[in-house]
Design a protein around this ligand. Structure first.
Ligand SMILES: [Mn+2]
Length: 194
């Protein structure tokens, strides 16, 4: 997989409250995107903390990735912060399976033979987890395109753009969508992997 990403803070702030992590792990990839509540430093503290917890989790040798465990660790670690909405994605290339878990308002899509977009659970990591946490799973096919973005990117923009222009390199696509579809009144982040 090759990934591209675009992040920019809300107008008037120098730090983004959105943060992402893309890590190659033993069986494939782990991708996470966090949007700290509000914006500015306090939001960046919450999303940054989530990412360092995820980073520590995947750095443990020999551990199988369990997204429910990662979510639980993030939730415990974020108590006392602003909290964050987070999308987690595990691509297991060995078994050819995508898994995703989304808490709160993060858009997650895979353009495969069909368009897949798991339904996020409501909640805020560090504050209130949903009672039921569903891990969506579906088969990975070579050439699948992953799109993960915060609510600072207009919902209607990403999918049609990419579907119509699949040949564009992922970094260029992320920057184009970010600039074209970013909402001025929020931090904006989009990750594209193919
Ligand atoms: Mn946001």
């Amino acid at each position: 997989m090759i990934f591209g990403a675009y992040v920019r803070p809300i107008e008037g702030e120098s730090v983004s409250g959105d943060a992402y992590l893309i890590r190659e792990i033993r069986d494939g990839w782990l991708i996470a995107l966090a949007d700290g509540l509000g914006h500015g430093l306090a939001a960046a503290e919450a999303s940054g903390k989530a990412l360092s917890i995820i980073d520590a989790y995947v750095s443990e040798p020999g551990s199988e990735v369990d997204l429910r465990d990662v979510l639980r660790l993030c939730h415990d670690g974020l108590v006392g912060t602003r909290g964050a909405v987070i999308g987690f994605c595990h691509l297991n290339l060995k078994d050819g399976v995508w898994s995703s878990l989304v808490v709160g308002n993060i858009t997650f899509r895979v353009l495969s033979d069909e368009r897949l977009s798991p339904i996020p659970a409501g909640g805020i990591v560090g504050y209130k987890l949903p009672r039921m946490v569903h891990i969506a799973k579906w088969p990975y096919c070579e050439g699948d395109t992953l799109i993960l973005h915060t609510d600072g990117i207009r919902e209607d923009c990403s999918i049609d753009f990419l579907a119509g222009d699949v040949g564009l390199p992922v970094q260029q696509a992320a920057e184009l969508i970010g600039k074209k579809c970013g909402i001025k009144t929020d931090d904006a982040t989009i990750i594209i992997g193919r």
